[in-house]
Ligand binder design. Sequence first.
Ligand SMILES: [Zn+2]
Length: 131
Amino acid sequence: MLQILKDFPDFNPSLAETYVKEKLAQVCAGKLGFRVHNVVISGYDRARTEKTVVYQAALEYREKGVLRQKRYCLRYASLLPDDSGAALALNCPNCGAPLSDAGETVCTYCGSPLVQVMKHTWRFTEVFEKL
Ligand SMILES: [Zn+2]
């Protein structure tokens, strides 16, 4: 966590956790009794061009009438802005809508807060169930 904040002073853990929960709700759409117990950061990969925060989530939902406990892994990656000077294409991390103005603090399409997307573009690169 300290290393993440060192690399990304504007990283907002509680906001990121909100995105993780929203992503899980998307992945588990249609599951009955879906509920997230907790979300924790389980790792941090520092590659040269892409840094990835690894989240682990414990959740439950019903499968054929039986309540199942599940573990999910999510990889949340930040691409560093390139040095070419080209304008970085920014998209809303929630709905993917393009952001017209870098000064926007709320997505005009879905209303998601856009605190941390200004400097780095974060996105989920992988979401999978841990067996
Ligand atoms: Zn949006």
